[in-house]
Design a binder for this molecule. Structure first.
Ligand SMILES: CC(C)(COP(=O)(O)OP(=O)(O)OC[C@H]1O[C@@H](n2cnc3c(N)ncnc32)[C@H](O)[C@@H]1OP(=O)(O)O)[C@@H](O)C(=O)NCCC(=O)NCCS
Length: 169
């Protein structure tokens, strides 16, 4: 599952310190430390992955997905550490999660994204996500709208393909 430079693997409790530090640096309303413990230990619908640098074990990116109703993968959170952006890690991690979701039985995927977050929207559009609804004032910090984006059909990727060719810095 690894290439020189980076590997994708499930998130572990031991990753939470690094993940939470990134979370606080990246998001205006970060998830708490405990919410990551809950996702890993108690939320049976939740699947989490990290991209780890090799050697070194630095967390470069992470993603949390929820299998909702058994057939929709909801991308609950995705982030790439600022120093690792624009090298294809976000694309690779999302491809991996969509493939894993499909292998777990998901037929479609969905997510919410801030209306102002054009970088993320561009990434999602590349996979075929389309805006299907606007949730007015969804975000608590600034009452920004959320775009609900949906990918109607999963299945083009396998996790094996998606974890190949991780970029080497
Ligand atoms: C959105 C995010 C995950 C993208 O991660 P990344 O590893 O930098 O993205 P990639 O290098 O895989 O880029 C894939 C494509 O996404 C788009 N993209 C990524 N960053 C972009 C930017 N700053 N501006 C415009 N398009 C961007 C481009 O189409 C890019 O392809 P290209 O580099 O060939 O042009 C990252 O910017 C991030 O963590 N942002 C903060 C957290 C966040 O907004 N998460 C999403 C919440 S919904």
């Amino acid at each position: 599952m690894s290439e020189p430079g980076f590997a994708i693997r499930p998130m572990r409790l031991g990753d939470i310190d690094q993940v939470h530090e990134l979370e606080m640096a990246i998001f205006p309303t970060p998830w708490s430390r405990n919410s990551y413990v809950f996702e890993i230990e108690q939320n049976s619908a939740s699947h989490q992955w990290v991209v780890e640098s090799q050697p070194g074990g630095q967390i470069a990116a992470y993603l949390v997905g929820w299998l909702l109703g058994g057939d929709e993968l909801h991308i609950a959170n995705i982030a790439v550490a600022p120093g690792f952006r624009r090298h294809g890690l976000g694309r690779r991690l999302l491809a991996y999660a969509l493939a894993a979701g499909a292998e777990l039985g998901a037929a479609s995927a969905a997510l919410e994204v801030r209306a102002s977050n054009l970088a993320a929207q561009q990434l999602y559009a590349e996979f075929g996500f389309e805006v299907v609804a606007v949730r007015k004032g969804y975000y608590q910090d600034n009452h920004e709208d959320a775009l609900l984006m949906q990918l109607p059909s999963l299945g083009a990727y396998s996790t094996r393909q998606a974890s190949q060719s991780l970029p080497d810095f």
